[in-house]
Design a protein around this ligand. Structure first.
Ligand code: SF4
Length: 330
């Protein structure tokens, strides 16, 4: 694996910001987008979403272990510490389980997902280039695209594979496009920041033990960019008019905000006087964005330190041996 520089300069003025989930919200239901992004209504934690977060955390940390130690048993051992860590960061998830027995049943269901992962690939044979990587780019019109990629694998040839773990069910054929939209979003950001189209987009459905692969090309990514720009225009128009219409669908069963939705006899709260700016992450995303940004800063510091060491080494190689021997250790 070779390193790839994914640092995304954000020098253009940022007028708006979209992540795959915000874009997905607006496409699913404009009112849902408003509730989550503009009104910032809190969402109750669910055991399924929390399990997804914990399993993602375990799969990230698994690659901290030496290759030979990346076994299912080792991954299962990481589950409880990962749960404890999340409970510390987000105390509200602590109320999901009435007692230790319920928690244990839930941890066992999370272990099943890890078992699914190990049937799909062998982590002892992989060295990911990036995990939980924050990627972002500002398009010329001022729209920032930002998201956190689960994993990036980079081949010696420089080819990039974008990997995303899914703990929900694999989509039927009709909904594959929707599932791939998120991956094309990431591919577009990577293409715009590195100049290289990722070779492969890979969605791994751990519950169904299925892998969905897609080879993107430039025309795909240009179409995704056009779609996102049109989406942003529609969001701006809706914000100016303060009109975000409900769009009822099967997904309403999972919506936390039915009580405020006109399609269910509710009334939305008054439209806020101040719409949160593009740099304010959603409450439930803030911790993940912060953690990814901290990892990015740490990686940049490491790279700078490595660069300094290499530069010192190179300078040292040019010095006469006697001078190097006489130099104090630093
Ligand atoms: S209940 Fe359905 S229509 Fe209403 S906001 Fe939620 S997703 Fe939209």
């Amino acid at each position: 694996m070779t390193a790839v520089d994914l640092a995304a300069p954000v020098e253009l003025p940022v007028l708006g910001s979209l992540s795959p989930s915000r874009a997905g919200d607006f496409m699913t239901c404009p009112l849902l987008f408003r509730f989550r992004t503009i009104d910032r209504l809190p969402q109750a934690p669910s055991s399924a979403a929390t399990r997804g977060t914990v399993v993602h955390g375990v799969l990230e940390r698994l690659f901290d272990l030496p290759a030979a130690g990346r076994t299912l048993a080792a991954a299962a051992d990481l589950l409880r510490p990962e749960w404890e860590r999340l409970r510390e960061e987000q105390p509200e998830v602590g109320g999901l389980f009435a007692d230790e027995a319920e928690l244990q049943t839930w941890l066992t269901s999370a272990e099943k997902l890890l078992e699914g992962y190990f049937t799909l690939e062998d982590p002892t044979r992989l060295e990911p280039a990036e995990r939980e990587r924050l990627v972002q780019v500002v398009l010329p019109g001022g729209l920032r695209l930002r998201g956190i990629v689960d994993r990036l694998d980079v081949a010696p040839s420089g080819d990039v594979r974008v990997v995303d773990y899914k703990t929900g069910r694999a989509p039927g054929e009709m909904f594959e496009g929707k599932a791939l939209f998120q991956m094309k979003f990431y591919a577009l950001v990577l293409w715009r920041t590195t100049g290289r189209v990722p070779r492969l987009l890979q969605l791994m459905y751990l519950g169904d033990r299925e892998v969905l692969r897609y080879v993107p090309d430039e025309s795909d990514l240009l179409a995704t960019e056009r779609k996102l720009l049109a989406l942003w225009e529609a969001i701006e128009r809706a914000t100016q008019l303060k009109q975000f219409a409900p769009r009822p669908s099967k997904l309403c069963s999972w919506c936390d905000h039915q009580a405020l939705c006109p399609s269910f006899g509710g009334t939305p709260p008054p439209f806020p006087d101040v719409v949160p700016g593009p740099d304010v992450p959603l409450p439930h995303q803030a911790a993940a964005v912060e953690a990814a940004a901290a990892r990015e800063a740490a990686a940049a510091r490491e790279a700078a330190a490595a660069g300094d060491a290499a530069a010192r080494e190179a300078a040292g190689a040019l010095e006469p041996a006697a001078a190097r021997a006489a130099a104090p250790e630093g």
